[in-house]
Design a protein around this ligand. Structure first.
Ligand SMILES: *[C@@H]1O[C@H](CO)[C@@H](O)[C@H](O)[C@H]1NC(C)=O
Ligand SMILES: *[C@@H]1O[C@H](CO)[C@@H](O)[C@H](O)[C@H]1NC(C)=O
Ligand SMILES: *[C@@H]1O[C@H](CO)[C@@H](O)[C@H](O)[C@H]1NC(C)=O
Ligand SMILES: *[C@@H]1O[C@H](CO)[C@@H](O)[C@H](O)[C@H]1NC(C)=O
Ligand SMILES: *[C@@H]1O[C@H](CO)[C@@H](O)[C@H](O)[C@H]1NC(C)=O
Ligand SMILES: *[C@@H]1O[C@H](CO)[C@@H](O)[C@H](O)[C@H]1NC(C)=O
Ligand SMILES: *[C@@H]1O[C@H](CO)[C@@H](O)[C@H](O)[C@H]1NC(C)=O
Ligand SMILES: *[C@@H]1O[C@H](CO)[C@@H](O)[C@H](O)[C@H]1NC(C)=O
Ligand SMILES: *[C@@H]1O[C@H](CO)[C@@H](O)[C@H](O)[C@H]1NC(C)=O
Length: 738
């Protein structure tokens, strides 16, 4: 039965030229275009094959005693022990045993053929050409040139791959086992003996089960009022139409097996067809999905203009600069007029097929419609649309999608995690201006002002301070809050520590003795917030680190007021050494007083002293003591009168002088300093020691009574007083003169 030995040279089998390395021929046993797992039943045989588009044996000398049809066929022409091409189950053989055949479909393994019966499908000059739509089908048949009949060569299921009515009919009574399903009709899935209800199959339908046609509706695709040839690009599409009248054509049969070649007109005609088993309903044709759809994929649209085929649309681009027109999309009206305003700042090119002048916005809007544009790509290079900008340049919405030279900035140390530029700004927009370099360094990718826009901060300024090229942001390494500047405004400073933002420097307060637990300044306030405002100095001395209002905020007490009362710089808390419960004040309200003893908090007066004439300027009590502490005990009254605000011993402590003694000598209340109107150098005394005296002139300090005449102790008092008067008078004259 040599005539059954059919060798099929089908496309998937490629023969290599025989090489001296004993490389085998390519054979068609690749699995799913991936590997050679179909070339053998065991891993050992599979691994003899190498996959390179199809499978072959790398070296036929290494196959040992392994044999199967693929091995025989790959190696028979190589210079090896294998010399025959078919496998008979044991060895490679030149011819299969009688009654058997081998082919690519049988894996070159000899198998018993189960031939079909004669079917009448031969037509045309070529053998069995009418038995199927192409060689895949017709090659399954053997032509008998004596009577012109066709039969399926082998109805085994491994030999028949493509089913149709003729195949089913030929094989419906084939003997042997392992055949395709028996059944004389093809129901579009398999071979069956009877068609679904309402369907008919016979010689006239090619033994395919067919229902009465489900015609489509009229669509206006005839352009000559004669035929439907304009309804499709090729005959397999337009032959499905029948001409009606005018421009109208309609699909003859919308059944999925009848209308297999689709385009938009087919979809449109069949979208309203009645009956079942039609092509998918939907009046538009989706070229990617290759099916009819009810709505086009996002970004695509279909109209009669494009044969109801879904095609990419122009996309909106943000080029309106006035939220009502598209004048921002170009500086000339030719291009502006291509656009229609959409909403917000979006405009869209109306028709990308009708463009003569280009810019970046046009390229971007028409990018997806590039089949119809003379230039393709979303960016503009000054001449046309391109898909990517030349090296060293870039384009984005910020550049109007026009490629522009990149002006990169220098590296600055703003990466806090040594891997991203998240530390270079507080907003994503600023962070995205940077590209990570290495270690803690990032640099601004492009210092062009249309890229940076308003995304400025000190790091951007610092990186871009000496960027080359034109069109950059203002040069200047510091950020003044609005622009990059070379120097900060007067009084402000910037450094890496401030992120190169100009700021007023910290405004430290004066040292005060408020710490009870050096070095923590814990005595300077009862809250952590206040304590942490202080920096510890030596011993129990602390000072407010920065008296700036935005630092101190409402964390006030007397120590803070006192420390900050003389701080320099702008933006500090209110100046005033006392805390009145709300703010810092230069003097306590009437009836209140403050001192170190009250923590510089104004407290209601306890044991006030009497008026004493120690003010030397009629407005302060500066003349009442030589130290600030003593002066601070006094409250100014009228004229040159001052009085000790609180004569309590725990307030005054050892800070005594004559004015204090005098004022407190008749103070009411308890717990006061020792009563006595004169100060003897140690304490207040009612009478000065013998030989000493005190008056307003001595500041109520006991002083030795001395006589300018030697030996005249008795007159010394008078002489001394006259001398004092003289001095006072002289001082008055001096005051008048100057
Ligand atoms: C061949 O490829 C398939 C699919 O990837 C895989 O499942 C199979 O294991 C592969 N066989 C061999 C021998 O690599
Ligand atoms: C009609 O359509 C066909 C196919 O698209 C085309 O070749 C022909 O020129 C058209 N004729 C007219 C009159 O538009
Ligand atoms: C063409 O078909 C449309 C819609 O089916 C119909 O309205 C119109 O009358 C038809 N025209 C002609 C000339 O038959
Ligand atoms: C919008 O852009 C156009 C073209 O550049 C310009 O002439 C016009 O003044 C701009 N309008 C506004 C409001 O910025
Ligand atoms: C106070 O300090 C803050 C923070 O450093 C700063 O922004 C502000 O400008 C300062 N105020 C003044 C007036 O210096
Ligand atoms: C008042 O007395 C104080 C302390 O002795 C002194 O520093 C100050 O200059 C005097 N002022 C006047 C106006 O005499
Ligand atoms: C100063 O105090 C004394 C004693 O209290 C008093 O007599 C005198 O009137 C006061 N001077 C003024 C200007 O009030
Ligand atoms: C003056 O009196 C003092 C104290 O009474 C005494 O110490 C001193 O010696 C006397 N001087 C003369 C010169 O008598
Ligand atoms: C003080 O000196 C004045 C003149 O300088 C004189 O008139 C007066 O009597 C003297 N007083 C006494 C107590 O010495």
């Amino acid at each position: 039965m040599k005539n059954l030995i059919i060798i099929f040279f089908i496309g998937c089998v490629i023969f290599s030229t025989i090489q001296a390395t004993n490389k085998g021929a390519y054979v068609g046993c690749a699995y799913d275009n991936q590997n050679c797992s179909e070339c053998g039943t065991t891993p050992e045989t599979q691994n003899m094959f190498t996959y390179a588009d199809s499978c072959y044996i790398q070296d036929c000398d290494t196959i040992g005693s392994a044999r199967n049809g693929w091995i025989c066929y790959s190696c028979y022409a190589a210079d090896t022990t294998v010399t025959e091409q078919y496998f008979d189950g044991t060895s490679c053989v030149a011819d299969c045993p009688d009654g058997q055949y081998a082919s690519p479909a049988t894996g070159y393994t000899c198998q018993v053929a189960n031939p079909g019966q004669v079917v009448t499908c031969a037509k045309g000059p070529q053998e069995c050409q009418g038995c199927g739509q192409n060689g895949d089908y017709t090659n399954q048949f053997t032509y008998n040139d004596k009577d012109g009949s066709c039969i399926v060569t082998d109805c085994s299921s491994n030999a028949v791959t493509y089913l149709n009515g003729y195949v089913c009919n030929s094989c419906s009574q084939a003997s042997g086992s392992g055949n395709i399903p028996k059944g004389q009709y093809y129901n579009h899935k398999t071979c069956v003996d009877s068609c679904p209800s309402g369907y008919k199959a016979d010689q006239s339908t090619g033994f395919v089960c067919l229902a009465p046609p489900n015609p489509g509706v009229s669509v206006q695709c005839s352009n000559n009022s004669q035929d439907c040839n304009a309804c499709g690009a090729s005959s397999d599409i337009y032959d499905q139409f029948t001409y009606q009248s005018g421009q109208n054509c309609s699909i003859v049969d919308c059944h999925y097996y009848a209308a297999q070649s689709l385009n938009g007109w087919v979809c449109k005609s069949c979208a309203l067809a009645t009956g079942s088993d039609n092509i998918p309903q939907g009046e538009y044709y989706d070229q990617n999905a290759k099916t009819c759809v009810k709505t086009c994929p996002a970004g695509q649209q279909a109209t009669a203009d494009n044969y109801y085929t879904c095609q990419p649309m122009p996309i909106p681009v943000p080029c309106s600069n006035d939220s009502s027109t598209c004048k921002g999309c170009a500086d000339n009206s030719d291009i502006q007029n291509y656009f229609n305003f959409v909403s917000g700042n979006n405009c869209i090119v109306q028709d990308c097929r009708d463009i003569q002048y280009f810019n970046g916005w046009v390229c971007n809007s028409c990018n997806l419609v590039n089949n119809d544009t003379p230039f393709q790509g979303q960016y503009y290079n000054g001449f046309g649309c391109i898909t990517s900008c030349p090296p060293g340049s870039s384009a984005s919405a910020a550049t109007g999608f026009t490629c522009q030279i990149i002006n990169p900035g220098a590296s600055v140390a703003c990466s806090q995690d040594s891997s991203t530029c998240g530390g270079c700004g507080q907003t994503n927009s600023i962070q995205n201006m940077f590209i990570y370099v290495k270690n803690s360094f990032c640099s601004v990718t492009d210092c062009s002002s249309n890229i940076i826009g308003s995304n400025l901060n000190g790091w951007v300024c610092n990186s871009c301070k000496s960027a080359s090229g034109s069109g950059n942001i203002a040069a200047g390494q510091y950020f003044d809050g609005k622009n990059c500047v070379a120097n900060c405004p007067s009084g402000k400073q910037a450094s890496a520590a401030t992120g190169f933002v100009c700021q007023y420097p910290p405004s430290p307060g004066a040292a005060i003795a408020c710490s009870t637990d050096s070095p923590n300044c814990g005595g300077c306030g009862v809250t952590n917030a206040i304590q942490s405002l202080f920096t510890n100095g030596k011993g129990n001395v602390c000072s407010v680190t920065d008296c700036n209002l935005s630092v101190v905020r409402s964390n006030l007490n007397g120590w803070v007021c006192k420390s900050c009362s003389s701080a320099s710089g702008a933006g500090n808390i209110a100046a005033g050494q006392y805390y009145d419960g709300t703010t810092c004040v230069t003097s306590c309200p009437n009836g209140y007083s403050a001192s170190a003893a009250t923590g510089y908090v104004c407290k209601i007066n306890a044991n006030p002293g009497n008026d004493v004439a120690c003010s030397n300027d009629s407005s302060t009590c500066g003349g009442c003591g030589s130290t600030n502490i003593i002066q601070g005990f006094f409250t100014h009254g009228k004229g040159n009168n001052c009085s000790v605000t609180d004569c309590t011993a725990t307030v005054i402590g050892s800070n005594l002088n004559g004015w204090v003694c005098k004022s407190c000598s008749s103070a009411s209340g308890t717990g006061n300093i020792v009563a006595g109107q004169y100060y003897d150098g140690k304490t207040c005394v009612a009478n000065c020691p013998s030989g000493q005296s005190a008056t307003a002139d001595t500041g109520y300090v006991c002083k030795a009574t001395s006589n300018p005449s030697a030996g005249n102790n008795d007159s010394s008092h008078k002489s001394n007083k006259n001398l004092t008067n003289y001095i006072l008078g002289f001082t008055t004259i001096l005051n008048i003169l100057f």
